[in-house]
Design a protein around this ligand. Structure first.
Ligand SMILES: NNC(=O)[C@@H](O)[C@H](O)[C@H](O)COP(=O)(O)O
Ligand SMILES: [Zn+2]
Length: 414
């Protein structure tokens, strides 16, 4: 039995911020892929659906339950390609981790380490840092999606310090004055550090005042910022994220099909919506706010780049994909890193499409629709919403549907 194209089964993560039960696309996809073993619990949050070879949630073959990592190690040159094996020094795992996220409540204010820091953190604190890899990541909006992404422009932060008394009071007049006199990267780090190290009494006092003003006079901060402060305070009352997130990070809105890319050491937090997410194969998260999980504030403060961009600079526009043809639209999301690209294949009506071989491994998830996918006449597999497939390198695919169909294909090509 060739496994050039094989249906596989990923696994859900029930983090507290996920959408509940069948409201979550993660729950629906996990159940559709494995109806015997995944019975949706309507009271449970279904946050992430993992597809890949990360040991925390190993993907398995639907045919015999074998781990995908074991299939790859049985013949790494066939299932990774020689170039990927050599480039990433791999013999039984994929260089990327592919996910669906379904977000009800804000995720932690976080960043991910670069390679050097990841190795240090893994050595120092293996309990909280499960691997030694960096974790640059890309989010593609399946529904409208909002997130904090990167620091606001310096002038905007200066404006907030001048006009939001609670913000300047929390960090004190001296630090406020230093930043206002010279809004620089170094002074942004000073402001962020003062916020993150503020004492609980001040945090409660000034967050109560911030929330009250947002409620009584939304135009004071602007409708969007006031709404954000009230919504997130409902989720995490008096949390430091109201200052380090709402007042210091860009509020980014992605329409369906839009994408954003996050380099290592950039602050972010996803707020709401369903996304496809792809990242280098790692689960290293440095957290600091909006979370009951382990926070590593000093590591976060010391490792951020303190670069500041406006929101649109964070977005990643799709490009053409030359090797796709037929009745589908092919959108290639190709971030500036080696570990992954993600191809969206979209049929708006009945049709057929062909995709030439890619010289590396792929994982496909179908987020909408039904049809057939095949790599030859002997291997035609049913396509359904939530279905996941592993595709070996250099395998040409044919896809057909009688209606609309959307799938996302994560791949790595050296
Ligand atoms: N930005 N998104 C990610 O990094 C995801 O891949 C992570 O798995 C989540 O951020 C984890 O979030 P919590 O630590 O549960 O708050
Ligand atoms: Zn992240």
């Amino acid at each position: 039995m060739s496994n050039d194209l094989v249906r596989v089964i990923g696994g859900p993560q029930n983090y507290a911020w996920g959408k509940l039960g069948s409201n979550s696309s993660v729950a629906r996809f996990a159940h559709a892929s494995d109806p015997q073993n995944v019975i949706i619990d309507e009271s449970l949050p279904y946050a992430e659906y993992w597809m890949g070879t990360h040991p925390k949630v190993p993907t398995t073959l639907s045919t015999n339950g074998e781990k995908l990592s074991d299939l790859i190690s049985s013949n790494p040159e066939k299932y990774l390609s020689k170039s990927i094996m050599e480039k990433f020094n791999l013999k039984n795992s994929l260089p990327f981790l592919f996910k669906v996220l379904s977000i009800e409540k804000v995720l932690s204010i976080q960043s991910h380490p670069d390679k050097k820091l990841a190795e240090q953190l893994r050595l120092k604190d293996p309990e909280h840092y499960p691997d030694d890899n960096h974790k640059p990541e890309m989010a593609i909006a399946i529904t409208d999606f909002e997130a904090f992404c990167g620091f606001k422009p310096l002038e905007t932060i200066k404006d907030h310090l001048l006009n939001i008394k609670e913000f300047s009071s929390l960090i004190g007049d001296e630090t406020t004055q230093i930043f206002i006199n010279n809004p620089s990267k170094e002074n942004l780090k000073l402001v962020f550090s003062k916020v993150m190290n503020s004492n609980d009494d001040d945090l409660i006092k000034y967050s109560n005042s911030l929330v009250l003003k947002a409620k009584e006079n939304p135009s004071l901060y602007g409708e969007t910022l006031s709404d954000l402060i009230l919504r997130l305070n409902d989720q995490f009352p008096n949390d430091i994220g109201l200052f380090c997130g709402c007042l210091m990070l860009n509020h980014c809105i992605l329409k369906t099909g839009e994408a954003m890319f996050l380099q290592a050491c950039e602050p972010h937090a996803y707020i709401s919506g369903d996304i496809i997410e792809c990242m280098a194969a790692s689960d290293n998260v440095i957290r600091s706010g909006f979370t009951p999980k382990f926070k590593d504030v000093e590591t976060l403060i010391s490792s951020l780049t303190y670069s500041t961009n406006n929101v649109d600079e964070q977005k990643l526009n799709p490009a053409n994909f030359e090797r796709g043809n037929g009745d589908a639209i092919f959108n290639l999301y190709d971030p500036p890193i080696d570990e992954f690209s993600v191809l969206q294949v979209k049929f708006d009506k009945k049709g057929k499409a062909n995709c030439k071989g890619i010289n590396g491994p792929s994982i496909i998830i179908v987020t909408e629709g039904n049809g057939i996918i095949s790599n030859n006449d002997e291997n035609k597999l049913d396509v359904f919403t939530g279905a996941v497939f592993f595709v070996a390198p250099n395998v040409e695919l044919n896809i057909e549907t009688n209606d609309s169909l959307v799938l996302y294909r994560a791949y790595c090509e050296a």
